[in-house]
Design a protein around this ligand. Sequence first.
Ligand code: KG4
Ligand code: ZN
Length: 365
Amino acid sequence: MSDSTLVLGIETSCDETSAAVLRGEHDLLGHIILSQDVHEVFGGVVPELAARHHLQRIDAVVAAALEQAGVELSDIDVFAATAGPGLIGALLVGLGWTKAAAWALGRPMIAVHHMEAHLFGPVLEDSEAEPPFVGLLVSGGHTLLLWVPEWGRYHLLGRTRDDAAGEAFDKVAKMLGLPYPGGPAVSKLAREGDPAAFRLPRPMLSAAQRPDDPGYWDVSFSGLKTAVLHTIREVHEDGVFEERRADVAAAFETAVVDVLTSKTMRAVELTGCRRVLLGGGVAANTRLREEMRSALGADGRLFHASPRLSMDNGAMIARAGLFRHRLGEIAPADVSASSSMPFPGLVDAPPDDLVPGLSATPSRR
Ligand code: KG4
Ligand code: ZN
């Protein structure tokens, strides 16, 4: 029998206020994403403004999602909201709203981890986007390379040592005089540029690395960012900034994509699983998708959501909430938001049969 549980998913961890009504696993009945453009003039998200805007708009956003779905709030069976990680003031708005609604109606509430939810984005559009897969989560705050043998079991292979991939795009966008959010703007400009015009470094990528070395899996983008800064200074000094901007954008984007694709393919080789899932805002990057698809070849599968479901959205929160609800994980009445919420089911090492010895070390980082 198909599941007809109605889940309301609420996302307010950063600068998108979003609500979704999901029936069962795949039936997205209503979905509203309101992006806060107030941050654009500041060149980045201002946490207090984000929280205030969520508070002003959340009622209207939920009402619109319910109307689109043709259901009443009292029809909702399960309430799910992002509890972390994210901006604490912003998280508290969505979580507080959801907690109040669930309590008033006597329904269960699920506290969802934002990054686990990003893994559930693609399966909303493609029912084959199920484990096993190698997961690459690339957002504004996180970069995680995971081996996912089944939902709820996430083996951490690599992560960023400094900036997240999206953060690097946002910072380089600023250096290039492009608006926030930087990823789409850099990517658009890069299309007009020559990626080979500048040779930028591929940090933490060398043939000498071995699977039992965390450096084999981890990424780092701060050195690349500094290299971009030096390059921009040079083209400014030569008076050719305007002419070379697109080339810098293309060289930077290619370097990031090269590193992410190479590290992901290492995981594909290790696991022998030619199924890769991209999640998070940077998964919307066309060059990343193309490179990953070509590296995987004809016998590989690449899963990613459409740009709308790659960015922060309530639908993925509802879907992750449904999964956690089925496991019986109902949030206690005193649940709170956490900017550093631990990733549920995350094991800080690959399985022992894949990289013997590594899992014996409780924490490698
Ligand atoms: O997942 P997301 O919407 O929010 C967080 O959880 O952080 O990711 C936002 C990030 C931003 O850094 C944005 O610049 C980046 O995703 N992004 C992109 C693209 N679209 C969004 N980065 C590269 N290329 C894109 N097309
Ligand atoms: Zn996100």
